[in-house]
Design a protein around this ligand. Structure first.
Ligand code: NAD
Length: 329
């Protein structure tokens, strides 16, 4: 099998290159994002492998089909960036549904602890021998209420961590899990009751802008918000308004609505045109990271392994256990 890897960085080769060799796959890595302009590179390949900020819309799916590409291998869990309906019956879409929920949950907690206790800013101060702690007063998490939106794999890992801090957990999920020792409430109740809110649901038509002017209005003053799921779960403009109104004590974002083309790249010498992103980075109580919740040795190894297993299953005609289909998802 010949696979074209789009949007790659040196760390992508770390696991994929040796593992692909073991499978006997011919792989080619390019740095370019997968989009209309770079799609032609897929000609002559059996599959393309893409990441969170690549996209394949209906027209691109048709072109891939004409080129003879048989599969889109998503080296991630989310699949909001591909047109599943357009691909049905033409191109297989295979993803990595489960690699290390702990990696993302632990990172969510890291964001929460950092924005709460300002360790990132303290680091900068002490390196400059400014040992003043003004402005760094945080909040105990002990016995506070944490609201978890989405109690799938990552949400559950997050709940385990939050319970370690002896927090009370309320959760919202349209498909509650009766095996979980949490109190399920409506989304509105979760917004009202929570001292911290952590988002762990996928981006769908139902969840787009789940955090908006109305839901922010329901939140407690001094709430903490963490999003490691997908940027568009939050209406950025409403978030900025909430920050200006001092609604939030702290906000940790590993994802951002308009992250495509900015995240994962070094834009330090450029003029940033996205005014919302510039505004967000200006708040002292907002921490933005570049979609790196998944970035541990264990998670990246599992991503490479499962992505290549998906390709191997396709090559061998085995059941495609990780296929994304419109009627199933
Ligand atoms: P999962 O499928 O195991 O769980 C998602 C949960 O969300 C399910 O329980 C589902 O019922 C629930 N859900 C669906 N619609 C909902 C709604 N309207 N409101 C509330 N909950 C809803 O997925 P997961 O593995 O836990 O991953 C969650 C998300 O995390 C992914 O969709 C992806 O966007 C994101 N993610 C981010 C990173 C990162 O590096 N930051 C890495 C992996 C995954």
């Amino acid at each position: 099998m010949k696979i074209m890897f789009y949007n790659t960085k040196p760390y992508d080769r770390y696991w994929f290159e040796p593992m692909a060799k073991d499978y006997g796959f011919e792989v080619h890595f390019v740095e370019m994002q997968c989009d209309e302009e770079t799609l032609f590179l897929a000609k002559g390949y059996d599959a393309i492998c893409i990441f969170v900020n690549d996209y394949v819309d209906a027209a691109m799916t048709e072109l891939l089909y004409e080129m003879g590409v048989k599969a889109i291998l998503l080296r991630c869990a989310g699949y909001n960036n591909v047109d599943i309906k357009a691909a049905e019956g033409k191109i297989h879409i295979l993803r990595v549904p489960n690699y290390s929920p702990e990696a993302v949950a632990e990172f969510s907690m890291a964001l929460l602890l950092t924005v709460n206790r300002f360790t990132h800013r303290a680091y900068a101060r002490t390196r400059d021998y400014n040992m003043n702690i003004n402005g760094f007063m945080g909040t105990d998490l002990f016995k506070k209420t944490a609201g978890v939106v989405g109690t799938g794999k990552i949400g559950q890992a997050m709940i385990r961590i939050l319970k370690g801090f002896q927090m009370k957990i309320v959760a919202y999920d349209p498909y509650p899990n009766p095996a979980l020792d949490v109190t399920y409430v409506s989304l509105e109740e979760l917004m009202k009751q929570s001292d911290i809110i952590s988002l762990h649901c996928p981006l769908t038509d139902d969840t787009r802008h789940l955090v908006n002017q109305k839901t922010i209005g329901l939140m407690k003053k001094g709430v903490y918000l963490v999003n490691t799921s997908r940027g568009a779960l939050i209406d950025t403009e409403a978030l900025i308004d909430g920050l200006l109104e001092k609604k939030f004590a702290g906000v940790g974002l590993d994802v951002y609505e308009e992250e495509e083309g900015v995240f994962y790249e070094d834009r330090s010498n450029e003029i940033i045109k996205d005014e919302n992103l510039v505004r967000l980075t200006s708040f002292p109580n907002v921490l933005i990271t570049s979609h790196m919740g998944f970035f541990t040795k264990e998670a990246t190894r599992a991503i490479a392994q499962i992505t290549l297993e998906n390709a191997y299953a396709l090559e061998m005609g085995n059941p495609l256990v990780n296929e994304v289909l419109p009627d199933r998802d």
